[in-house]
Design a protein around this ligand. Structure first.
Ligand code: CA
Length: 228
């Protein structure tokens, strides 16, 4: 159960989300504009924000920037299909995930669960994680190895790093830029190399690389490791 702030000017969508989340026993605050959203955020202790990018008074991106100045509260972007670039910008500015309209209840709830879980695990990250187990896949962070069904998969160092970054963020979309900077350093933009590496990774870890089960492509945005 969490306290969730919905910043969305479309009443139909806001009320749909509010009803779905109230049914899950979350506490809901609704705001219909950027300014109302920011003042509501300051007034209550909020665990997660659902943020529309197209708000009447200000761009949702501005709300995101203001909140990120002081808070790492999980923020999920609610975006329209024609705002692809905004989505990437929002993710690179520190949004945790996005969901594209129109979306269904299971998708919304899954995104919220993932974002809340990452918030909790970041808060308690003093204990170092040594292994990430995701279904048949095991990422051994101590030894920098990956195995599937107990059999070690031979990866190049960069392929390993890519899997580790995705594994540490299971369920969450990561942009090309984010992954690139984690693997190749802070100023790099190796989208093309990343694509080549991903194709090789899929040949190694997926039963059928054309229909991946572990790592999904988010077209124009990045990749997401699915939770098994
Ligand atoms: Ca809107």
């Amino acid at each position: 159960m969490a306290t969730i702030l919905i910043i969305e000017d479309d009443d139909v969508i806001a009320e749909f989300m509010g009803a779905v989340l109230a049914k899950e026993k979350h506490t809901i605050h609704l705001a219909h504009s950027a300014l109302e959203g920011l003042s509501t955020f300051r007034m209550w202790s909020i665990d997660l924000i659902l943020l529309d990018l197209g708000l009447p008074d200000q761009d949702g991106i501005e709300v995101l920037k203001k909140i990120r100045e002081t808070s790492s509260v999980p923020i999920i972007i609610i975006s329209a299909r024609d705002h692809e670039n905004n989505k990437v910008e929002a993710l690179d500015l520190g949004a945790d995930d996005y969901i594209t309209k129109p979306f269904g209840t299971p998708e919304l709830l899954a995104r919220i669960r993932t974002a809340l879980r990452h918030a909790v695990s970041n808060a308690g990250s003093q204990t170092e994680i040594k292994k990430i187990i995701n279904g048949e896949l095991c990422i051994d962070i101590e030894h920098h190895t990956v195995s599937k069904q107990g059999k070690e998969i031979h990866l190049t160092p960069n392929e390993y790093k890519i899997i580790q970054v995705l594994g540490e963020n299971i369920g969450k979309v990561l942009t090309h830029t984010y992954i690139s900077q984690k693997v190749w350093g802070p100023y790099s933009n190796e989208s093309q190399t990343l694509r080549v590496n991903m194709s090789n990774i899929r040949k190694k870890i997926e039963d059928n690389p054309v229909e991946p089960e572990f790592i999904m492509t988010e077209i124009g945005i990045g990749y997401r490791m699915l939770e098994k």
